[in-house]
Design a protein around this ligand. Sequence first.
Ligand code: NDP
Length: 253
Amino acid sequence: MVFNGIHALVTGGGSGIGLAIASALAAEGATVTITGRRLDVLQKAAEADTGRLDPVQMDVTDEAQTVDAIAGAVDRHGPVKICVANAGIAEGRSLAKTDMEFWRRIMATNLDGAMVTIRESLKSMRQADWGRVIAVSSIAGVRGLKGAPAYTASKHGMIGLVRGLSEDFLGSPITFNAICPGYVDTDIVTRNVTSISERAGISADAARDIMISANRHNRLIAPQEVARAALWLCHPEAASVNGQCIEISGGQT
Ligand code: NDP
């Protein structure tokens, strides 16, 4: 139980990749605060797991709510030593169709939300003098994703954030890294299958095949595969891995 007694925070921890990471950390002894907007989804996830997941309603686009929720979690479980900024939305729109409302919604969730979550978690990591920060970016954080300039920019921004912080905290026992998955079998892919098939006028199966073949090893990635990488980055033995972006994409780049 590598993470016995450690309090971890996983945003968007009620589903998909976030839940897989939260469950993997809990299985190794961590107490994990899982957050999201839908409390019922979080509660269901917590009930189905090890009893070490604490569901907390928190919208990362609401700065005050995020500050309060993380402070409350620290009061209940002690300093956050592992922070996984995973909450995100993925929607594709051409630049011509990108109005400020859409642009800000993507940025507010994926980038601003990660910044506030990490900033607040860092308060307790600095006190504890140990920490692991992981941003769940995307393959769209390392290369352009066709038809999704706002999402691509937000995911590039998350990598910039952890790289910048890894410089600021150089020499401290706190590390900052990003994980960049290709297409993972979660609700996001299911929703994208629907929107791609509608936009391109192709069947849902054909849309799903486009995503599967983009992964190069010709299958969707399981959320648990992403969780293994997160677990490794959190391990005390990964102390020398800092400011990196770990791609889990079946070799997309
Ligand atoms: P999910 O839709 O299952 O997970 C997204 C999570 O983020 C949900 O639990 C959702 O909870 C939460 N979330 C969304 N908006 C907010 C918000 N404003 N405040 C708080 N929580 C929020 O899909 P995934 O597991 O696939 O996505 C997780 C991350 O992985 C995302 O950042 C995504 O961009 C990234 N990713 C996913 C890939 C894939 O192919 N699946 C590929 C590359 C990256 P709720 O709705 O209850 O708020």
